[in-house]
Design a protein around this ligand. Structure first.
Ligand SMILES: Cc1ncc(C[n+]2csc(CCOP(=O)(O)OP(=O)(O)O)c2C)c(N)n1
Length: 347
């Protein structure tokens, strides 16, 4: 028996006037964007000074990732949102209330790193009490993993939370992305899954045009009957509005939604490509600062002062992190599934 095909939902257009954020929300978002940027700058410096082995992170994604962290319903279990994030999600974590010092600990691989106990590299968050599922280094696998939590929250289960999964544009070429499109949209089994693609138009050094035969990744959602939207991820007001609309839809309808945010990559791919400032990319922080000045919400001097304060605080914190202990070698088998008796560890 052939099932009726659900008509393709009209894509909610990015709002022509994404709305001005209130003064209070503007200042809150700015503060978090600035703190996220200064954190990434400190992490890069730590890497360059030999206090870490690798850097990857989110300079250029703050205007989108901070609103995401503010809008997600934070908590543990199916009644709250599950977040399967990307390795560029520092702004989201800070907006959820993470302590930036914990990112410094992860960079220094200290035993005090709460995300991986000194075992993973920068940006690989994991927070059980907030449903932040461990960030993976293999790209895009989070899109297949997210199906699991979304199924636990599907219509009929009574769960109130939704599942949010985020990855980059190049990763969508992996089968995991198609898997998420298929599994989330099956008629009668739709999943409350918000799929987010933060499109910086590069996969390491592969340009977008060299990999995709379509203009926008969001277009792929239309074939699966789900609403799609494209947003300027360098604009926090537009991002906040687009995320609010997408999250409200998934939460209420318990069906999937594909949101593509156009973002910048301000320090290149990672430390592997130097992590140096990149010219010619719009900088969301600078653009937002101009708006705040125009609206007379902050002066240039106040913003400079705030930046200097956060920079100093994180310099101090990085010195403290440097003195914290490294993991005890005997803990190497903790938190892994492997049975130490079968892999040659101490009995
Ligand atoms: C399965 C897999 N293949 C290849 C890699 C190597 N790799 C790491 S990041 C990356 C590019 C990812 O680009 P994109 O998905 O656009 O995300 P971005 O890093 O640009 O945010 C690649 C190919 C990997 N980590 N995992």
């Amino acid at each position: 028996m052939s099932a009726a095909v659900t008509p393709i939902a009209a894509a909610p257009a990015p709002s022509a006037d994404p709305g001005r954020l209130s003064a209070e929300l503007s200042l809150q978002i700015y503060d978090l964007m600035l703190r996220a940027r200064v954190l990434e700058e400190r992490l890069i410096l730590m890497y360059k000074q030999g206090d870490g082995y690798f850097w990857i992170g989110g300079p250029g994604e703050e205007a989108f990732n901070v609103p995401l962290g503010l809008l997600a319903d934070k908590g543990e279990g199916v009644d709250h949102d599950y977040l399967h994030l990307h390795y560029r999600s520092s702004g989201t974590l800070l907006a959820m209330g993470a302590d930036p010092v914990d990112s410094l600990r992860q960079m220094k691989n200290t035993a005090t790193d709460p995300y991986s106990k000194g075992r993973n590299f920068a940006g690989h968050f994991s927070v059980r009490k907030w449903n932040v599922v461990p960030v993976t280094s293999p790209i895009e696998v989070q899109f297949a993993i997210a199906i699991g939590t979304a199924r636990a929250q599907r219509k009929g289960t009574g769960a109130r939370g939704i599942t949010i999964v985020q990855g980059g544009d190049a990763g969508t070429a992996e089968g995991d992305f198609a898997t998420a499109l298929v599994w989330s949209s099956r008629e009668g089994c739709e999943l409350p899954l918000l799929m987010i693609v933060t499109n910086n138009r590069y996969g390491i050094s592969t340009p977008y045009v060299g990999q995709h035969g379509y203009q926008q990744i969001a277009e792929r959602g239309k074939a699966f009957g789900m609403p799609t939207a494209i947003v300027d991820g360098n604009d926090p007001a537009a991002s906040y509005a687009a995320l609010q609309e997408a999250i409200d839809y998934v939460r209420t309808e318990r069906r999937p939604y594909l949101l593509e945010a156009m973002v910048s990559r301000l320090r290149g791919h990672s430390s592997a490509s130097g992590a140096n400032p990149v010219k010619g990319e719009p900088d969301c922080l600078e653009l937002f600062e101009q708006k705040l000045e125009e609206r007379k919400l902050l002066t240039r001097a106040q913003m400079d002062q705030l930046r200097a304060t956060y920079t100093e605080e994180l310099l101090e914190a990085s010195r403290r992190a440097r003195g914290e202990p490294q993991p005890d070698p005997r803990s190497v088998w903790d938190h892994v599934f492997a049975d130490r008796n079968h892999v040659g560890g101490e009995a």
